[in-house]
Design a protein around this ligand. Structure first.
Ligand code: FDA
Length: 365
């Protein structure tokens, strides 16, 4: 008899299993996929770690979380500095003095600020009623039209005027020549890929892949005293209150006999006529020197229940449904719900690790 059956071998499930094992508990980790690691899983393609479920860059401000992941892998000093192509021109991201120079030729913060402030003024003082108005009120029309509008419309499959304003809460603007996408104190890619961290977390723990909890729920549940469930909460309750909706992604991978295709790990494509949102060139995450390269074109797609669920759609209807499922989950004495699918929430990796550590602390203290 196991102490815990852990459904889902993503970061949440793996951190929980690791901490429970340290406390002397016996765990079985299952996953319906044919591998462990959940969405941080890397597939080795001829020596290049391909981020199979989308580009993953680790970043955190929390020294304790940074030390935690560094137990399992050393990190390189990769800094995420994406670029964006719009109407044939290339721009640095996030919006900073380099971007403003590329847009307007401005060389000082004051020159750039003057243009942005005058464009924000043009929008006036009305309350933004949709994403377009929100962006215009925060950054003005040039940055919006060149680098936000069409990219966001591809991401969500809707016109910016039909998207709610709250999707953009703030737009980080830097009046320095700094292309580092994140502001966090710690950032990097685990040397050898994320699988190293997952393997370290799961060392000595029983694992079964290709096992879907719902195909054998009763038997699997009878194998352990408690369940840690990191799958979809609506599925756990047999969609009693309906489906929780997501935005999905499709990835098209290609191996090329080229040493260096785009010179950067992440290149965004703003224009609506380009069907994908970005191209990832994976070797650059690890400063690869191979003679070949592997690229992934990322397409944003309408989600249907048979597709992978990536980004929760946080509108009132879905939040209401989630709250109803959450109410049910609070009455389960033997099931712990955690992770992005069970909590219907977008989490970055450092946040999911913090959340799993918090849940284990609650369970074992
Ligand atoms: P995850 O989805 O990883 O794991 C859940 C597991 O449960 C899956 O393996 C699934 O197969 C399994 N499962 C589900 N139902 C099951 C069932 N019925 N039976 C058995 N198994 C079942 N974060 C960051 O910090 N930096 C970044 O750059 C990125 N980039 C990024 C890109 C994209 C495109 C996305 C969507 C997300 C990111 N993230 C990120 C976020 C990161 O992916 C996220 O924080 C973690 O993967 C979440 O881990 P979980 O364990 O919650 O879920």
């Amino acid at each position: 008899m196991y102490d815990y059956l852990i459904v889902g071998a993503g970061l949440f499930g793996c951190v929980f299993a690791h901490e429970a094992t340290k406390k002397g508990k016996k765990c079985l980790v299952i996953d319906k996929r044919d591998h462990v690691g959940g969405n941080v899983y890397c597939e080795n393609v001829d020596g290049i770690n391909v981020h199979k479920y989308g580009a993953h860059i680790f970043h955190t401000n929390d020294k304790a979380i940074w030390d935690y992941v560094n137990q399992f892998a050393a990190f390189n000093n990769y800094v995420n500095s994406p670029v964006s192509i719009s109407k044939g021109k290339l721009y640095n991201l996030p919006f900073n003095m380099n971007t403003f120079y590329q847009l307007w030729g401005t060389k000082t913060p004051e020159e750039a600020k003057t243009i942005i402030e005058s464009q924000i003024k043009e929008f006036g003082s009305k309350n933004p009623e949709n994403l377009e108005e929100q962006a215009l009120s925060l950054i003005g029309k040039d940055v919006y039209e060149t680098l936000i509008k069409e990219y966001t419309e591809k991401q969500w499959g809707k016109k910016a005027t039909e998207l709610p304003a709250f999707i953009i809460k703030r737009l980080p603007v830097r009046y320095t020549f700094n292309n580092n996408y994140f502001n966090d104190a710690y950032q990097g890619i685990p040397i050898g890929g994320y699988n190293k961290i997952i393997d370290g977390l799961l060392k000595g723990i029983d694992i079964k892949t290709n096992v879907d909890f719902f195909k054998d729920k009763d038997e699997l549940s009878s194998m352990a005293k408690k369940i840690v469930f990191t799958g979809k909460i609506d599925e756990f309750y047999n969609y009693k209150y309906g489906n929780l909706e997501y935005r999905s992604l499709r990835f098209e991978n290609t191996k090329l006999n080229t040493e260096n295709l785009q010179g950067n790990a992440v290149v965004n494509y703003n224009d609506s006529k380009v069907p994908y949102t970005r191209i990832i060139e994976h070797k650059h995450f690890e400063f690869g020197k191979q003679k070949h390269t592997v690229i992934t074109k990322e397409f944003s797609e309408q989600w249907t229940p048979e597709k992978e669920a990536y980004y929760p759609i946080n509108n009132d209807e879905n939040q209401k449904k989630y709250q109803a499922y959450k109410e049910l989950s609070l009455q389960e004495p033997h099931v712990i719900f955690g992770g992005r699918l069970a909590e219907y929430k977008y989490y970055d990796m450092h946040q999911i690790i913090a959340s799993a550590l918090q849940k284990t602390k609650k369970e074992f203290n």
